[in-house]
Design a protein around this ligand. Sequence first.
Ligand SMILES: Nc1ncnc2c1ncn2[C@@H]1O[C@H](COP(=O)(O)OP(=O)(O)O)[C@@H](O)[C@H]1O
Ligand SMILES: [Mg+2]
Length: 267
Amino acid sequence: MIRLEHVTKEYDGFRACDDVTFTVQKGEILVILGPSGCGKSTTLRLINRMVERTSGTIEVKGRNVDTIKGEELRRGIGYVIQNTGLFPHMRVDRNIATVPSILGWEQKRTDDRVREMLDLVGLDYDRYSKKYPRELSGGEAQRVGVARALASDPDIVLMDEPFGAVDPINRLRLQKEFSQIQRKLHKTVVFVTHDVEEAMLLGDRICIMRQGKVVQIGTPEEIVLKPCDDFVESFFGAEGALKLLSRYRAADYAEDVHSEGSPLETD
Ligand SMILES: Nc1ncnc2c1ncn2[C@@H]1O[C@H](COP(=O)(O)OP(=O)(O)O)[C@@H](O)[C@H]1O
Ligand SMILES: [Mg+2]
């Protein structure tokens, strides 16, 4: 679905992204994990061409991104960032309808979609659709950010530390909700974080970066049990194996919620 091959991005000779190669399979969440400044956001933005690479090849859905106009590419890829990037002067419903409006969807289809998306992220339409972003809590705003990114039903979603600014309790709730949404929608997701537990909880595979380079890619199990070097090992700490358990707890949680009839279920 997404393929980067020997991709490099230089800023005045400094390599923010250095010979990065990875693929993301359809329906997979690839988490890019690494310390601040290691090139995670740059890598993500190279995919939708918010940043143009210096060298290397990027393919999205089998097409070289150079053959697609930047705006067209971005319209087809959901994007969620920290502090949501919601338009402050627009109410929640208009924010969510951003891409459908650009795509020229009919009003009825757009309205239905806004309702469906709010329902998906667990926000009541009557209560939230007419609020402005400033009237939302951090967690609510992030939910709207996710709803907006999914509104036009893109196959691919890029998420850059989307829950990073939310308090720990709400962050965990959002992570679990997102995990559950993903079980239903099977989007192809590239998710950036510097938080090891978040990576373990959400990643089908984790790509560890350091100083612009990919250090190791693998499932959480592979990375915890077979770290390729001291950096990876120290990043996960002695409790790496324990952190693996959070994945299984998340799966349990999803089943519990499901059996009780979750507000996230729309079908
Ligand atoms: N527009 C830019 N101009 C110059 N340097 C940049 C620019 N964007 C990012 N960098 C540098 O590239 C490196 C990686 O940045 P970034 O991808 O934002 O890291 P991360 O998201 O992992 O924290 C950092 O050292 C950052 O200062
Ligand atoms: Mg970043």
